[in-house]
Ligand binder design. Sequence first.
Ligand SMILES: [Zn+2]
Length: 272
Amino acid sequence: MIDEKNARKLIVEVGRLLYERSYVVASDGNVSIRLDENRILATPPMTCKGRMSEEMLAVTDMDGKPLTDKKASSELPMHLLIYKERPDVKAVCHAHPPHGTAFAVAGLAIDQPILSEVILTLGCVPLTDYGTPSTNELTEAMKPFVANHNALLMANHGAVAYGADLWQAFDRLETLEHTAKIAILSRALGGATNLPKEAIEKLIDIRERAGYLKADARCQACGYLHETGITCDGEHKVSYPTPARKSSANGSKVSLSREELIELLSEVANLG
Ligand SMILES: [Zn+2]
């Protein structure tokens, strides 16, 4: 468990990085650390993350009630939801990184098997339905996805990542943003090539043996998992809301040979 003094220092440092890397502008974003069972250290409202000082941070209880005279960000309920759903999570990082947020604005998840290391360390990033920031619409939309994922996109808003400490949360946010950027750039070069099923199966085996991600990540909302021999066990199974499961493969072309097309059309004609 991190002590409060170091936690304050770390949030200020990560806030500066978020701003310098353009993951946030103006007063966007918010960061928190779980100090212990009952206390959260969080960034204040309406403050640029690049210009925070340690004494600006708020301490609240697990219901968001302030324990000092400093107020926490109005997005704190998003952080509290994640801490409640995931006792293993000790830090949360929310930002609007431009490439990741472009996916969220386009209505796309980051869920294509295009980069081996992303399958190893992060897995899929689902898109959760839009909810008005700082209301329970937002937290309700995120809730089903929190358990099996370590980063989420929020439609027409931004991204959130979380982990065992603040560096892990930040790294996951950075991987999300980097993946989104590469996916967008690859489109300019003719489109990404997905890894084949066998390669995905090997990567999932490695990530579980190395302890990068646990078996519950087999139950993530990614289309490509269903095309492999990887199965999600009952305990971690979640039925994800369908509208939020829009995949970045949506809109991809289907090609049929002339013979296949004729066969399909004649089948349809026979049905009539
Ligand atoms: Zn936001």
